[in-house]
Design a protein around this ligand. Sequence first.
Ligand SMILES: CNc1ncnc2c1ncn2[C@@H]1O[C@H](COP(=O)(O)O)[C@@H](O)[C@H]1O
Ligand SMILES: [Zn+2]
Length: 353
Amino acid sequence: MDNDAVFYRELPKVELHAHLNGSVSAQTIEKLISRKPHLNIEHSMTAIGKGQRRTLDECFEVFRVIHKLVDTEEDILMVATDVIKEFAADGVKYLELRSTPREERDTGLTKRSYIETVIKAIQKCKEEGVDIDVRFLVAIDRRNGTEVALETVNLAEEFMLSSDGLVVGIDLSGDPTVGHGKDLLPALQKAKNSGLKLSLHLSEIPSQLDESDLLLSLPPDRIGHGTFLHPEVGGSQSLVDKVVQKKIPIELCLTSNVKGNTVPCYAKHHFKYWYELGHPTVLCTDDKGVFCTDLSQEYQLAASTFGLSHEAVWKLSQQAIDSIFGPETVKQQLKEKWNDLHPQLFNFNFFKK
Ligand SMILES: CNc1ncnc2c1ncn2[C@@H]1O[C@H](COP(=O)(O)O)[C@@H](O)[C@H]1O
Ligand SMILES: [Zn+2]
């Protein structure tokens, strides 16, 4: 590993947009495949390698394959534990994992046991002393409609109260071409009223202006992607104004958007637009397993594409702390951690740039 790569790995980082089943590494996929050889799944079906691009549709096909491999409590426990440890090894100090509770009749998995198992994995890593603070966002898959969204919010509310602060919010995700946000608004509003934070995938594809406008009225606490919000790509100034006035942080996932073909190339990623506005932006991985990346690499790519110095990169990772859904006390702890680690990263000449 060269010195620059070491800098990005050692850089303390906050990861706020990571879908559990999209984050499964090649090693863990191999373990899952050996547990279920009869499925005839190969690793090439669960990841999009270097230089490859897919349509968003094809990405959602990949999730269907992974879901077949991850369908028992035992699988979820292994996957979540491995993912948490991999983020920790990549220098992530605070992680918000998101995942859609599923039920599987064949294995007895229920939505409740799904959430319980993710929580168990978080607690297990904590007990083992893994150096990372992990929280959980319960995800709503937009294609499942009003009733399921409400059911998910009810479960999330329950676990927010019983999980010792581990369940902190709701994610709205899933295939953006399916369903409409207006059907999910009552569930999202209910979640917000109960104290759950909201991170919503917004304008991930063009032609969702009405939906984005509607969902921004909640308003959400963070936005995922927001690829087509700004006027240069067919969005609108009034949407941008709303996001800016309400200072809603945006989670940006460069490689995910390039490989999923919603932005033409790294240089044209909307990171530039929002970063230059001085708006709170947080670099994230989205699906590190599927898109074959990690958060260090995303920081390095942003820096090399947009010409950011190491100091600017440091600032970016530090400012992400303000956008977490964890409590104020955790923000303070993280800020202290960043201060403690700063000299280590900047006192060596070979890290300077
Ligand atoms: C690429 N851009 C994306 N846009 C929208 N939703 C996405 C996504 N990437 C992942 N997901 C959502 O996360 C699920 C997989 O993780 P979990 O089973 O929940 O842990 C996918 O099925 C989809 O609903
Ligand atoms: Zn996402």
